[in-house]
Design a protein around this ligand. Structure first.
Ligand SMILES: [Zn+2]
Length: 82
């Protein structure tokens, strides 16, 4: 798994799962993203989106890592051939 992926989860809110998602760095997505400010929507590997102000970044993985993100991170970038 690449350590350049950011660990992102929703900020504490009632009814929202505390699952940790993996978000590619801006260099990979081409999106100008300011971590800590979140001027743009972040999209995790599994497709989960985080609007500005909804996400917080973690410095280490937790036990609640999103399984779809983990599976996506374990594979090389899609080239249409596995
Ligand atoms: Zn995910």
């Amino acid at each position: 798994m690449s350590d350049s992926l950011r660990l992102i989860r929703f900020t504490p809110r009632a009814g929202v799962p505390r699952t940790v998602h993996l978000v590619p760095p801006p260099a990979r997505t081409g999106q100008p993203v300011t971590i800590g400010d979140y001027v743009r929507v972040l999209t995790a590997l599994c497709g989960q989106q985080f609007a500005p102000g909804e996400a917080e970044m973690l410095s280490h993985a937790s036990e609640d890592l999103c399984r779809r993100c983990a599976a996506a991170a374990a594979q090389p970038p899609s080239t249409g051939e596995q």
